[in-house]
Ligand binder design. Structure first.
Ligand code: FES
Length: 97
């Protein structure tokens, strides 16, 4: 089973097939903003993928358009609600609640 590690806390969790970064965070009490409820309509769930980018489903057009408006975007940026996990990843939460 894949695992995800959240930074800065270092908390690790097992991931079920098809879960997003946001799904795992909310199910395990990891503090992360999600103003639109996970519908790719805001950018508050912004996170940076530190390791395992290849273990996330590629961003679709809608996610890329959202990321384009982020001033704080980096090459490692993803939206947690749109990022389905298929293998081990380490992510840094940008906007904790
Ligand atoms: S929660 Fe709004 S885009 Fe992810």
């Amino acid at each position: 089973m894949p695992k995800i590690k959240f930074l800065p806390s270092g908390a690790e969790f097992v991931v079920m097939k098809g879960e997003t970064i946001l799904d795992v965070a909310l199910a395990n009490g990891v503090s992360i903003q999600h103003a639109c409820g996970g519908f790719c309509a805001c950018t508050t769930c912004h996170c940076e993928v530190i390791e395992g980018t290849e273990n996330l489903e590629a961003p679709d057009k809608d996610e890329l358009e959202r990321l384009d408006v982020l001033d704080s975007r980096t090459p490692k940026s993803r939206l947690a609600c749109q990022s389905k996990i298929s293998g081990n990843v380490t992510v840094r939460v940008v906007n904790a609640e």
